[in-house]
Design a protein. Sequence first.
Lengths: 112, 113
Amino acid sequence: GNSVTQMEGPVTLSEEAFLTINCTYTATGYPSLFWYVQYPGEGLQLLLKATKADDKGSNKGFEATYRKETTSFHLEKGSVQVSDSAVYFCALRSGGSYIPTFGRGTSLIVHP
Amino acid sequence: NAGVTQTPKFRVLKTGQSMTLLCAQDMNHEYMYWYRQDPGMGLRLIHYSVGEGTTAKGEVPDGYNVSRLKKQNFLLGLESAAPSQTSVYFCASSEPQGNYGYTFGSGTRLTVV
C-alpha cells in the first residue's frame, strides 16, 4: 500500500533560518504529491503540489521537488518567519485510489 | 468563496448523547471525507463518499455513521457518544482527478464528558 513518512518534530528555528522538512513516500504507479499547512485552530490548507517527476511546486516562498529516483518530496524555504509556525503535512494521491495518504505532520516553531 | 463549511465549530456532549456534524461544500466536488485528528495520531479517516448516495468505511469507522443524501452535504453521526470520541473532526472534499488537492473545513472540536 501507499505510505508517507515525514521527519518528526517539532522543528524549532530562529527567524530567517533555512527550513527543510523531509518527506519520503512509497506508492504504486505515479502519484501526485502535496504539502498542506495547518495553522493553530484551523483546517489544513493546500500549500503546493507536484504531479510528475522533476516537477517543482512552489507557493509563499516554499518549494518542493518531486524526486522519483529517491521517492522524496522535501519542503524547503530559504528564510522562515514567525508566521510560518504551523504543522506541515506531506501527502500523496494515486490516480486509482479514492483515499489520499497523509504523513503524520511536522510541527514547525519559529522564534523571533 | 465559502469552500467547505462545518457546523458546529464546538460542542460538548455527555456520554451516551447523540449528535450530527454537518459538512457542506459549494464547489460541486464528487468526493467527501470525514477525518478525526488527535494529538500524536495525525489524521485518521472515519468514512468517505465518492458520490451522492454512496458511503464507505475508512480506517476508524466504529461508533460513527454517515449519510450523503445531497451531493453538497456529508453528515457524520454519533449515536451514543463516548469519551474516546473526544477529538477534532475535519471534513474534506475533492474531485476524482488524481492531481486534484483536497479542500478542508475549519474543524469541529468535540468534547465528550
